[in-house]
Design a protein around this ligand. Structure first.
Ligand SMILES: *Cc1c(COP(=O)(O)O)cnc(C)c1O
Length: 433
């Protein structure tokens, strides 16, 4: 598989390098040189394939012979081992539940596929690989679960003390084995700065093999393409004009949908749904892209003021605003509207949306009013119980917790306390390994 940098199409590399590097040296983002179009027979007969079979066909087409089919099948079997069901809310309104993985959010797809491909490309290396990841909550849980017990790889997760939810903290700190959590006395930005400095430290990098599990890594995007096809498979016999509604923050999820479309998936339209952090809806409306500091909302995994995957979206549309606008409509909603939508859907449909999915639901309603002949697939990016305190307060009721979450809250937290100080961090890193 060949990839280029969005800053310089002549700068090329293969998948192995793109995965271990994360970012190209010129600070662009990696994009596939060739986006394969799937055969018409595959698309027409999609409902004859299981989810892992669909994933394998798509992965094979994208990755080519860089990973032999037999090994790719093993990677898929280990990474894509939970379902992505479409649930019908109304005749033309459906929800794609992406929260059936171990950390109960769609980031499990990316994290698990990344762990398996990294482990595959790392085989035969004598020295252990150390993955550093700074998290404000959700990413860390998915990465921890994804890399848990992966041979040859250790994961060090830095999180800001007291600034992640109690459940999120348990997801980071209770696994053990090859996963170590550092509880940093500081903010998320401090955590990120420590990780950045480690990557720039040439002396440290001579001692340790370092890599990151950053959300811009191409190996997290590839598996997110799979579930757009899996959702379409569940609907295409009975529905036309299928619209994907994507609650968005860094816009990796929506970018994956655009890749699925370029690979031939017959998608009618995309909807970019955001909370008050609306730089992309504003761009779609006006053609001006103005980043700004993020503001805090109840759909906090989407509190992003400078979405990292926007350059990939631009790249896919040849940087042409009016073409992007033809394919994507943007909407933004307040916390009050989000809460009201959660209450209304629970009251009328007995379905519990999480705050992120509720933003998607609002965007879908707005679009569907103008386009009644379409069918919407709202990506439900996390299980509502991940935001237990907020959801129970909004609905005014106790909600049930999946067993995986209930079990984890019983487990003992194990974290290494760490000052927000590079020397302390470096000393710990070099000693412990
Ligand atoms: C990360 C996340 C998002 C945003 O996804 P992007 O790919 O960054 O746009 C939305 N919802 C939840 C629950 C998330 O964890």
């Amino acid at each position: 598989m060949q990839l280029y940098s969005t800053n310089n199409p002549a700068l090329r590399t293969n998948l192995r390098e793109a995965i271990f590097q994360g970012l190209p040296a010129d600070n662009g983002l990696y994009m596939p040189v060739n986006i394969p179009v799937m055969p018409a027979s595959f698309i027409q007969n999609l409902d004859q394939y299981t989810f892992p079979e669909i994933a394998l066909h798509l992965a094979k087409a994208m990755i080519g012979d860089e990973i032999p089919e037999h090994d790719l099948a093993t990677i898929i079997q280990k990474a894509i081992n939970f379902p992505a069901p479409v649930v019908q809310l109304e005749e033309h309104t459906t929800v794609l539940e992406l929260f059936h993985g171990p950390s109960l959010a769609f980031k499990d797809f990316g994290a698990r596929f990344m762990a398996q491909t990294m482990s595959y490309f790392n085989r035969g290396e004598e020295q252990e690989l150390t993955i550093l990841v700074a998290t404000s909550g959700d990413t860390g849980g998915a990465v921890a679960a994804g890399f848990y017990q992966t041979p040859g790889i250790r994961v060090v997760i830095l999180y800001p003390s007291g600034k992640v939810s109690p459940l999120q903290e348990k997801q980071l700190t209770t696994l053990g084995h090859n996963i170590t959590a550092l509880e940093v006395d500081g903010t998320f930005d401090d955590c990120q700065a420590l990780v950045k400095q480690a990557f720039l430290d040439t002396a440290l990098r001579q001692q340790l093999r370092l890599s990151s599990a950053n959300s811009i890594n191409i190996s997290r995007l590839i598996p997110q393409v799979f579930y757009y096809w899996e959702a379409w498979k569940q609907l295409y016999r009975a529905h036309e004009k299928i619209v994907f509604v994507v609650p968005s923050g860094n816009f990796g999820n929506l970018t994956a949908g655009l890749l699925a479309y370029k690979m031939g998936l017959p998608v009618h339209h995309f909807i970019a749904a955001t909370n008050a952090n609306d730089v992309v809806p504003e761009y779609l409306e006006t053609g001006r892209f103005k980043t700004r500091p993020s503001v805090r909302t109840i759909s906090n995994a989407m509190d992003v003021g400078n979405p990292s995957n926007f350059v990939r979206m631009l790249d896919l549309f040849g940087s042409t605003w009016n073409i992007m606008q033809k394919h994507i409509t943007g909407y933004s909603f307040s916390d009050e509207q989000t809460k009201e939508a959660m209450r209304a859907v629970y009251r009328d449909k007995k379905y519990i949306l999480d705050p992120h999915g509720a933003v998607g639901y609002l965007a879908w309603n707005a679009y569907h009013k103008e386009n009644p002949e379409t069918t919407g697939v709202i990506l439900e990016t996390a299980h509502p119980a991940k935001f237990l305190e907020d959801v129970e307060e909004i609905l005014g009721e106790k909600i049930s917790i999946p067993k995986a979450l209930a079990d984890i809250s019983e487990k003992e937290k194990k974290a290494v306390p760490m000052k927000a100080d590079y020397n302390a961090f470096k000393n710990w890193l070099s000693q412990d390994f």
